[in-house]
Design a protein around this ligand. Structure first.
Ligand SMILES: *Cc1c(COP(=O)(O)O)cnc(C)c1O
Length: 397
């Protein structure tokens, strides 16, 4: 069993704050500070340009990609880091569309994160195919796997409700109809068991600043199944995805393997922070994290429901159908969340009425849950949110 007291000790957790928002931005792993200082001083500072070779900067995207591959059941050499998740969605979709030239439709669901849908809209519009995105209700996806669908593009875990798709079943059903699949693992990587190889997934993408604690704006990842890598066409054909970047050829030739999904110069400092953050996974297993996170979430749900009948659970109760967050609906959810934050319980709000709380045993324990429940009950039962200062909206909710 994992020693979760030891993983918790790895993180900087400000006193007086119960941080239930690791699903949006993971906390700082303390040793990332030292790692950053070392990379900045010893590598950037002392090695300067020679760091690309001497410190192995050039291979950092694939090296860190392999560490993430282990957390999502991906084959070695099938994951590479870089850019933001939105960019990786674009790349995966462009590649998947290339594989299905005889079909038109990109199928997604209304529980997907808007940026994924926006990127699809932008790409399809550039291709003169603005009408080819079909967005259906999450429960209806299986019924819409029809012969005109080229690509099924879904986020496994709904950012609002925490509802979880059955990735293996939907991938198999889609592939049986000749549909290429793209899974967004933004709320899955580091939160739930994912086994891309066992699911026979085609493409996957995800970010690393949520459950992987890589820091604000940490680089995203993309997975391409080994069977597709040699034929995947990189639409964003930047020089670092070239077979020989330093040959400076005038014509693009894709690098063999996953490196072709690289675009430009990798963010070495951000990769260093992320790489340090991944060390915590050497102390635990995904199975331990998942089991403990469900137990924490169940404890929170039971506690809140027993005291706050004004809150309506929006997250499925069935363990198999949910991720690592718990969401409640409340008409004045924005103001209520501001009041909670003021009282030391940090969650977030997603329009129109979702109060969202994330649970990870890496740094949250049962006593945090009990204290959070006590504060939620105090704020909700006393309607402490019902004051003008909590209704004023910030730029980020
Ligand atoms: C968090 C999240 C994003 C954010 O994309 P960025 O490009 O990293 O800003 C995109 N898609 C999903 C599903 C997310 O959960």
């Amino acid at each position: 069993m994992t020693d979760f007291a030891a993983t918790r000790a790895m993180f900087h957790l400000p006193p007086g704050m119960i941080y239930l928002d690791g699903n949006s931005l993971g906390p700082l792993p303390k040793h990332a500070l030292d790692r950053m200082a070392q990379v900045m001083q010893d590598e950037w500072g002392d090695m300067l340009i020679t760091g690309w070779n001497r410190a192995g900067w050039m291979d950092a995207p694939a090296r860190t990609g392999d560490r993430i591959a282990r957390l999502i059941g991906a084959e070695p050499g099938s994951v590479v880091m870089g850019d933001t998740l939105s960019i990786k969605v674009f790349q995966a979709l462009a590649a998947a569309l290339d594989m299905t030239p005889d079909r038109r439709i990109v199928l997604s669901d209304s529980g997907n994160f808007p940026s994924d849908l926006y990127m699809a809209q932008g790409l399809l519009a550039s291709l003169g195919r603005a009408d080819d995105l079909r967005v259906v209700a999450p429960e209806a996806v299986a019924d819409h796997l029809t012969d005109d669908v080229a690509v099924l593009m879904l986020t496994e875990i709904d950012y609002r409700t925490g509802r979880k798709h059955d990735m293996a079943a939907l991938t198999a059903a889609a592939q049986a109809k000749g549909i290429v699949t793209i899974w967004d693992l933004a709320h899955s990587a580091g939160a739930v068991d994912v086994d891309l190889a066992a699911c026979n997934a085609d493409f996957a993408v995800g970010c690393t600043y949520k459950y992987l604690n890589g820091g604000p704006g940490a680089p995203a990842f993309i997975y391409v199944a080994p069977r597709h890598q040699a034929t995947t066409r990189p639409a964003l054909s930047g020089w670092l995805g070239h077979e020989a970047p330093f040959a400076f050829d005038l014509d693009y030739r894709a690098a063999p393997g996953i490196d072709r999904m690289r675009v430009g110069t990798p963010p070495i400092l951000a990769l260093a922070a992320l790489d340090a953050a991944l060390d915590v996974w050497d102390m635990t297993t995904m199975a331990d994290v998942r089991a403990a996170s469900l137990a924490l979430a169940d404890r929170f749900i039971a506690g809140v429901e027993s005291q706050c009948d004004m809150l309506t659970l929006a997250t499925p109760r069935d363990h198999a159908k949910r991720g690592s967050q718990v969401s409640f609906r409340f008409e004045h959810g924005y103001a209520a969340m501001q009041a909670l934050i003021d009282h030391g319980v940090i969650g977030d709000f997603r329009a129109p009425d979702i109060m969202r709380f994330g649970f990870t045993p890496l740094f949250i324990d049962e006593s945090d849950i009990d204290e959070a429940v006590r504060i939620v009950a105090e704020v909700m039962r006393g309607a402490l949110w019902d004051t003008p200062k909590y209704h004023k909206r910030g730029k980020v909710t």
